[in-house]
Ligand binder design. Structure first.
Ligand code: 13P
Ligand code: SF4
Length: 354
């Protein structure tokens, strides 16, 4: 939908007044009305790196969700302020693993006698507390663009991996990229005593998957893939690795948001694509590549935005930029020092992956 011209002008003016003091990051799932003001756009990995590479910016305005802003705060210096235009922009997947639940899980692994062999690998989509747990126990963070490298690294450090909180990214990477079998993976349910697993199951497993998922990507099904193949002969199915295993197994290509964009940039004219990821991005790509004769459709029949990503809209961005331009710091995301130290260790292990 076209942006309100008055708000566009206000955002532009406030951003101009702030000049180099502000740096605006935009995740690919953000609305067009917000993306137009991003100094850089990217997937979670690229944005984490770009945030860390802007030491001159006093304010980092993160147009994305809470865990991304926390990660940016961890990776930037103490006098840089990270701002999230709407504090209610969380991530339901990240909320599926709390610090208490993960500490309890570690006790279960300890009682089963395997904690020493386990290396935690946590998806970027997790709270700073979970990242700190990961750093403390010798593990690393990963994103959807480096999950394979992170697992390779982890299996060099220990015999087993505890992957949290996205069971799908964990399972898909283990089976597709690491050559593990589905039987090597067990599902730890934080709502059941002992995760719903016996000590023997834990001892036999190579991958212990946390029972979390993304509700947006969870909506794509094998049926969506079969339908689109029947409807559009010759279509290439390209999905995000947060999709369920059977969807990923039936797809032609799998990758992060940045990978999806690169794949479509490289696609020949006349090719047809069905994309299984968030709708703001798919629509933007469909519009961008239509003039080049690339047909891009959404993998599912129902509309599927990430509702928390969508909370960041132009009115919130205008309010944020105008407040900062008036010298009023709003919606700062600040991770406490102790959490930050351990979380940073885990994030730096990720940034050092080959
Ligand atoms: P990317 O790292 O692919 O941008 O994914 C982030 C995310 O939240 C996907 O749901
Ligand atoms: Fe979280 Fe899913 Fe939204 Fe990504 S798309 S921010 S994983 S709820």
């Amino acid at each position: 939908s076209p942006s309100d011209p008055d708000l566009v002008e206000r955002a532009r003016a406030a951003k101009e007044k702030l000049g180099d003091k502000v740096f605006v990051l935009g995740h690919h799932y953000q609305r067009d009305e917000v993306i137009q003001f991003a100094d850089v756009t990217g997937d979670s990995f690229k944005l984490a790196r770009d945030a860390a590479a802007r030491p001159e910016a006093e304010y980092i305005v993160f147009c994305g969700v809470h865990f991304m802003a926390e990660s940016a705060d961890i990776l930037t210096s103490d006098d840089q302020k990270v701002v999230l235009p709407d504090l209610a922009a969380g991530c339901s997947m990240a909320d599926m693993a709390t610090a208490e639940q993960v500490a309890e899980c570690w006790d279960v692994l300890t009682e089963a006698g395997i904690a020493e062999q386990v290396v935690p690998v946590s998806y970027m989509n997790s709270s700073a507390d979970i990242k700190a747990f990961t750093g403390k126990h010798g593990g690393t963070i990963c994103t959807s663009s480096n999950a394979e490298k992170a697992l390779q690294w982890a299996f060099e450090q220990g015999e087993k991996v505890l992957f949290l909180p996205d069971q799908h990214l964990g399972r898909n990477t283990a089976v597709r990229d690491m050559g593990l079998s589905l039987e090597d993976c067990v599902l730890y349910n934080p709502h059941k005593p002992n995760g719903g697993l016996t000590a023997e199951q834990l001892r036999d497993a190579k991958m212990i998957l946390w029972r979390g998922h993304c509700s947006v990507h969870g909506r794509f099904s094998l049926e969506s893939v079969e339908d689109v193949r029947a409807r559009i002969p010759g279509v290439n199915v390209l999905v995000h690795p947060e999709c369920r295993h059977e969807v990923v197994a039936a797809a032609d290509y799998v990758g992060s948001t940045e990978y999806i964009i690169k794949a479509l940039e490289a696609a020949p004219a006349g090719s047809k694509w069905a994309i299984g990821t968030e709708l703001n991005l798919v629509r933007r790509l469909a519009n961008r590549f239509a003039p080049e004769g690339k047909e891009i459709v959404f993998l599912d029949k129902t509309v599927c935005f990430c509702s928390t990503m969508n909370r960041i809209d132009l009115p919130h961005l205008v309010w944020t930029l105008e407040s900062l331009a008036e010298g009023k710091l709003v919606n700062r995301i600040e991770v406490d020092k102790e959490t930050e130290a351990f979380a940073k260790l885990a994030l730096e292990r990720m940034l050092a992956l080959p």
